[in-house]
Design a protein around this ligand. Sequence first.
Ligand code: SAM
Length: 236
Amino acid sequence: MIFGELLQGINGGKVLDVGCGSGQFMEILTQSLKSFESVTGIDVDETILREARMNLTGDAFRFITASSQSLPFEEGSFDFVSISKTLHHVENDRQTLAEMMRVLKPGGFVLINEMIRDGLSESQQSHMHYHHLRAEIDNLIGISHGTTYYRSNLLELIHSVGLKDLSLTEHQPQEPAPKNPSNIAEYIEKMTGWLEEIADHPLYEDYEKRMAVLQEHFQKYGISWPTQIIALGKKT
Ligand SMILES: C[S@@+](CC[C@H](N)C(=O)[O-])C[C@H]1O[C@@H](n2cnc3c(N)ncnc32)[C@H](O)[C@@H]1O
């Protein structure tokens, strides 16, 4: 497991995960870090945090409804700050990274995990188009959600933070197999469920047609996660 390899030697101390969602990445952190004292997850979505609170129980975990654009913590409050698959969601990615750096202690670790769109296989393109459709629908209903970064843009953003001992790892998630029928069926069910959110929108039929085209792409090529870049470095 890639995160195990990257984090096995790191004592996480006080960990903050930005845009924690249901806590999936927090769980990966707790399994991968050599040790940790506490893990705080923040997210703007109170509903998803309720799920996270059920998934990760115990005194070491804390969940707070907050925006990455203005983190409710003092300077230097954490030893390790992460953001996974969330940077493309936020209103201003540079502001989010600046906030993450502010709340991190000097010498503390930053981890950025984010998808890119360059050189994707057909099955990965299925996922990218699926993701972009979701982003469009989110924006229609007033939720900030950007498209997938190009490698060059993401790397420029990461380098702009000025991290010490920066390591960059490109990772191709392998599971589940792209043409696994139940995996494809799950994606299709989720995607068609989004239509309920725009039931009264004038673009409803447009989206219905685009989803039907995308379903054919899923069936023909399968669906798999795009390449991710994992940046790990320290605050100077
Ligand atoms: C794709 S999920 C990623 C969840 C988790 N980090 C993971 O890797 O599985 C993105 C999350 O970012 C949250 N989010 C979006 N904008 C945010 C913001 N400005 N501040 C905090 N969370 C935000 C969303 O509510 C969502 O739960």
